[in-house]
Design a protein around this ligand. Structure first.
Ligand code: HEC
Length: 114
């Protein structure tokens, strides 16, 4: 009986894997879409992972003296430099994010204004 209890989840796992493989082979179009999404960084996603902690989902949180991003007046270039090199308590992101990712996340941060 104990052996059966151990085997049951294993069968379920194998069945689930087989099922996943089936789906992959029948829908190649979906896979292509995913690859395309990786090429263009998702600024909103990057913001959620890296910036929400201090700036908040709406950019207004202001933790640790971080500025309200919706009230920011700095230019896109200045914002890119600040995110790349860091300022005050804000870390430099050049080691964490690629240039394209920084541009995408800055564009998203700017979209929070107004
Ligand atoms: C550790 C907390 C923290 C995190 C995480 C953080 N910031 Fe900041 N941010 C700050 C602080 C503090 C300032 C104000 C710096 C100063 O002027 O001294 C700031 C300022 C800014 C400014 C300038 C605003 C202005 O009006 O001058 C921008 C743009 C900005 N952050 C974008 C981002 C983006 C994009 C991310 C994610 C990649 C991010 N921040 C992550 C703390 C943080």
């Amino acid at each position: 009986m104990k052996k059966l209890m151990l085997l049951l989840p294993l069968f379920a796992l194998i069945w689930a894997c087989a099922d996943a493989n089936d789906k992959k082979s029948t829908k190649p179009a979906k896979k292509e879409k995913k690859v395309a999404a990786v090429d263009k960084p998702d600024g909103k996603k990057i913001f959620k992972i890296n910036c929400v902690l201090c700036h908040g989902a709406d950019g207004k949180l202001g933790v640790n003296g971080s500025k309200d991003l919706t009230a920011a007046t700095i230019s896109r270039d200045e914002a890119i430099t600040q995110v790349t090199k860091g300022k005050g308590l804000m870390a430099a992101y050049e080691a964490i994010l690629s240039k394209e990712e920084i541009e995408a996340v800055v564009d998203y941060a700017i979209s929070l204004r107004k």
